[in-house]
Write a protein that binds this ligand. Structure first.
Ligand SMILES: Cc1cc2nc3c(=O)[nH]c(=O)nc-3n(C[C@H](O)[C@H](O)[C@H](O)COP(=O)(O)OP(=O)(O)OC[C@H]3O[C@@H](n4cnc5c(N)ncnc54)[C@H](O)[C@@H]3O)c2cc1C
Length: 421
């Protein structure tokens, strides 16, 4: 077992959208920053669960209105530099604007962002515990195949998606909503063998599921899901295979992965038989992991509410903007949307990123303090890039001054780094 102890100004746990943005934001302030990620690549749900459409970078209203700058914008520039930026696409029906991603391009672009900013990185490394002294996290404990080692830092960012660090440090966390219910998990499917000329019509997929069920299928869940043609590969991305899953419990995850894979093969068969142009379709990939939308939320200094999100609330200590509607997924049901007033954007206060019980812990991405309705909007990757950026800047300022920074100071630095606030 190795016994090294490393020391940084800022340590970020989790290398998804939020974690990468946090690490880059902190390093841009000159903080010695380390990002720790258990997967072999950055990107979180984007690269590890094939969530290959960024939502929340733009408000819904016309004309096109970006609501995320800073590291989020830099990611798009990076994708463009490597020929993997396919621009925003507006759904004419809903007004929703997405940016499609290429998985390999995204992994590579995120590597470049990390290296460019001078962030140190540990992939293949899982955070398994921490030490707390006088309400502050002193060090985290990490596992790699060489054994367990510790990393000390002045400030920490929990961008783990599951609030692992907040939980391990004893900060208050809660699972799902007030009754412990969470949004559905979904195993994303990618299909090849569908000619680029084939137009995708949602109702044809719904009809195919109904037809398969009439013929006796008992495996399929959803009959209405998202179907998108990926611009680069021309693969068809389809989100149908829902599971009620507890993302904190490996027994539940195992059951869900196997059940969802069974669904994926059944969807393939249903689409091959009943969707025009899908006769020669094949599964390019699933996941690799089932996508887990929701587990724990961190108790912060302020809980953003659904009412504030839907009313496009503004805050004096705003550090990010959210432009995606409330989007709720229950297993097997079509998503339910609620729109932000005037299809504008709401703001997220710094207080929702500050952990309530640990003086040097900030949270970012889908774990920030939100009620269930606010979470259903703020969880998307565009907004996670923005809250991550802010958490990283706040953590770096804290490391530099020794105490939690004033919101005005965080806002000024975010503006200097090109964030939209
Ligand atoms: C099926 C599905 C479809 C979705 N569709 C969309 C969509 O179309 N567009 C959109 O924008 N959003 C979508 N979302 C939501 C979005 O993907 C997530 O909310 C978003 O990825 C949150 O970003 P994050 O960085 O907070 O967390 P994540 O992307 O989950 O990243 C967290 C990272 O932390 C790492 N980690 C966790 N614990 C540890 C640990 N202990 N040690 C080390 N590393 C750790 C994980 O490996 C992971 O890489 C979808 C989600 C799901 C599940």
């Amino acid at each position: 077992m190795s016994q090294q102890t490393l020391r940084y100004d800022v340590v970020v746990v989790g290398g998804g959208s939020a974690g990468v943005a946090a690490a880059v934001g902190a390093a841009k302030l000159g903080a010695r920053t380390l990002i720790v990620e258990r997967n072999p690549y950055f990107g979180g749900a984007a690269t590890h669960a094939s969530v290959l459409t960024i939502c929340g970078l733009f408000a819904q209203r016309e004309p096109l209105e970006p609501v995320v700058g800073g590291v989020g914008r830099r990611l798009l520039e990076k994708l463009d530099e490597i020929g993997k930026y396919y621009g925003p696409i507006r759904n004419p029906g809903s007004g929703n604007v997405i940016v499609p991603l290429d998985a390999e391009g995204t992994k590579f672009a995120l590597d470049q962002l990390i290296l460019e900013a001078g962030v140190e990185a540990r992939l293949h490394t899982t955070v398994i515990g921490c030490d707390v002294e006088r309400e502050r996290i002193r060090a985290i404990h990490c596992f790699h195949h060489g054994g367990v080692f510790s990393i000390e830092a002045t400030s920490f960012v929990d961008a783990s998606g599951e609030a692992d660090l907040a939980f391990m440090s004893g900060n208050g966390v809660r699972y799902g909503d007030e009754e412990g219910r969470v949004q559905a998990g979904t195993l994303v499917m990618q299909f090849g063998g569908v000619s680029p000329e084939v137009q995708l019509h949602r109702h044809q997929f719904t009809a195919a599921v109904w037809q398969a069920k009439r013929q006796g299928d008992t495996v399929l869940t959803k009959d209405r899901g998202m179907v998108v043609r990926l611009p680069g590969s021309q693969h068809v991305l389809a989100l149908f295979a829902d599971e009620a899953v507890n993302g904190l419990d490996s027994a539940s995850l195992t059951q869900a992965e196997m059940s969802a894979r069974r669904q994926a093969w059944a969807y393939l068969e249903a689409f091959r038989q009943h969707v025009p142009g899908f006769k020669d379709a094949y599964l390019v990939a699933t996941g690799p992991s089932i996508g887990v939308r929701e587990t724990r939320h961190v108790d912060g200094e302020y809980r953003l509410t659904g009412e504030e999100v839907l009313n496009a609330a503004k805050f004096e200590d705003a550090i990010a903007r959210g432009g995606w509607p409330v989007e709720i997924h229950q297993p097997g049901e079509p998503p339910r949307y609620q729109h932000i007033r005037d299809r504008a954007y709401y703001e997220i206060p710094l207080r929702s990123l500050k952990a309530r019980d640990r003086a040097n812990l900030w949270c970012a991405g889908r774990v920030i303090d939100c009620d269930p309705t606010a979470f259903a909007s703020a969880r998307v990757m565009g907004t996670a890039l923005a809250t991550g950026h802010a958490a990283g800047v706040a953590a770096a300022l804290q490391a530099s001054y020794g105490e939690a920074p004033a919101a005005a100071t965080v806002r000024a630095e975010l503006q200097r780094q090109g964030a939209m606030i």
